[in-house]
Design a protein. Structure first.
Ligand code: ZN
Length: 368
């Protein structure tokens, strides 16, 4: 097992930690377990990355920039915002440590250029070995049905239309059927759910194609610069709601980090996101009962195993009493399952600066 550490250094203009503090934390962990890469971002002070980067290079650890793509960028630029298919702005009810979760449009070439410009302006001279693309999705049920039925802006309407989906028809369909728009013929654990409604099915297919197209363009851009590219993905079960098709979106990626967050009561937490589907479409038929147990984890790992790039499932190591109630037994169970699936390793998420020492003990006890 190789490990990738995820370090939140703060949002764009706010540094949460001194570089020396980050180095001390990584150094302490790397003395216990094999650390292959560190994902760090996305505050923009280059001094942090130069100092931390020098330490990482000397330690044989690669440094990747944690770079949000379709959210957060509105805090330092003016992207083309996403809209829902009803023509409304998508609300962002979640505020968490400077993360804004306000999504922008995946069809906008200007939005992709903004991400490239952010890289060039703030990060290209900082010695990164790669980038880790986050928020490569639409909003989820966190913003209600509006989040999932997006992006529906004029640009996206055209992109959908080219692929044979009329967004006005999708809107009419939803308004006529409401909850039963989300009736499922099948809802397998790998997330490739099949809706009874053909229009709904095509909407989710094409939404995933549009997002995968944008991600592929960014992968090619960064790989053209000799960088390795990783992707932050929703767990398979809930990925299709946000336009992430594992087969399509991973085509040009070097590795993926599926967020197998079974203890997170916040966006991207699997049970959290699935419960929001149930809450926002309570009358939908074909919903499934899930429990966040070991068998469920295995079902997610089985689904991930079909992808051909490197697989580093993301396991929460940090602890917060309100949103992420992890413990050493949970970490041991999760990492043992990843190891038993024969994957390259795991990403220890999502902020090593908040990981209790006994959680690192649990990781070390797994062995390699
Ligand atoms: Zn759009």
């Amino acid at each position: 097992m190789k490990y990738i550490l995820q370090v939140f250094a703060g949002p764009w203009h706010t540094a949460f930690h001194e570089p020396e503090e980050i180095i001390r934390t990584i150094s302490r962990i790397a003395s216990r377990i094999p650390v292959d890469r560190v994902i760090i971002g996305w505050q923009t002070d280059p001094a942090v990355y130069r100092t931390v980067g020098a330490f990482l290079r000397a330690s044989g650890i690669r440094m990747l920039l944690w770079l949000p793509v379709f959210a957060e960028v509105g805090m330092i630029s003016e992207p083309d915002e996403a809209a829902d298919i009803f023509g409304n702005r998508i609300p962002s009810p979640v505020q968490d440590d400077g993360a804004d979760f306000l999504f922008c449009c995946p069809s906008s070439g200007r939005n992709l250029q903004i991400v490239k410009d952010i890289w060039e302006k703030h990060f290209s001279g900082c010695g990164f070995d790669g980038v880790f693309l986050d928020r490569i999705r639409s909003q989820s049920f966190v913003s209600g049905v509006s989040g999932v039925l997006s992006c529906g802006c004029a640009r996206c309407a055209e992109a959908f239309g080219k692929r044979g989906v009329d967004l006005r028809a999708v809107r009419n369909r939803y308004e006529m059927k409401k909850d039963s728009f989300f009736d499922m013929v099948s809802f397998p654990a790998d997330g490739y759910f099949v809706t009874a409604d053909e229009t709904a099915r095509r909407f989710f297919d094409v939404k995933a194609e549009i997002i995968a197209g944008a991600v592929t363009e960014l992968c090619d851009y960064f790989k053209g610069k000799g960088l390795i590219v990783g992707l932050d993905l929703f767990a398979p079960l809930v990925s299709r709601f946000v336009g992430q098709d594992y087969a399509l979106i991973t085509q040009r990626a070097d590795f993926i980090k599926p967020m197998l967050y079974r203890r997170t009561d916040a966006p991207a937490g699997i049970g959290y996101e699935y419960a929001l589907y149930e809450k926002n479409a309570p009358g939908a038929a074909g919903r499934i009962g899930i429990s966040m147990d070991k068998a469920f984890l295995d079902s997610q790992l089985d689904a991930i195993s079909r992808v051909s790039c490197e697989k580093f499932p993301g396991i929460e190591i940090n602890y917060r009493a309100d949103v992420v109630r992890t413990d050493p037994a949970y970490i041991a169970e999760s990492l043992s399952a990843v190891r038993d699936h024969g994957f390259e390793g795991a990403v220890l998420c999502w902020n090593m600066m908040e990981a209790p020492p006994e959680h690192i003990d649990a990781v070390a006890a797994i062995g390699s």
